[in-house]
Design a protein around this ligand. Structure first.
Ligand code: SF4
Length: 115
């Protein structure tokens, strides 16, 4: 699904979509299930506190590609640093790959969502 098309489709019920390029995702914000908020009463997400397993996360294919690219970068960096730092980088890369895999498993096209 193209990024702009995804935005239009996902926001069709009046929900507000927030772009969070740093976290490689879109936030389909619903305040009643927003772990980035401490009391759940704010009217918008706190993007720099985004939680990786939040149910408001939506990704496009482009985000998944970005996740894999970032994972590759982390693996390259890990090959140049000592043990514990390398392990941390490799673990972070693995999490990004898992997020990309999850997207691949659950992705749908605009046509599929519209039928
Ligand atoms: S945790 Fe992330 S995806 Fe979830 S509501 Fe907050 S900013 Fe949006």
């Amino acid at each position: 699904m193209k990024h702009a098309l995804a935005r239009r489709h996902l926001a069709r019920d009046g929900s507000v979509l927030y772009d969070n390029p740093r976290a490689l995702l879109l936030c389909l914000f619903r305040s009643d299930r927003a772990p980035c908020q401490e009391d759940g009463r704010l009217s918008e997400p706190i993007l720099d506190r985004c939680v990786p397993d939040c149910g408001n996360i939506v990704r496009t294919d482009r985000h998944a590609v970005g996740l894999r690219e970032r994972a590759k970068e982390l693996e390259i960096e890990a090959s140049h640093v000592p043990g514990p730092l390398a392990q941390r980088g490799l673990a972070a890369a693995q999490k990004l790959r898992e997020q990309a895999d999850e997207h691949e498993r659950t992705r749908f096209t605009y046509e599929e969502a519209s039928s």
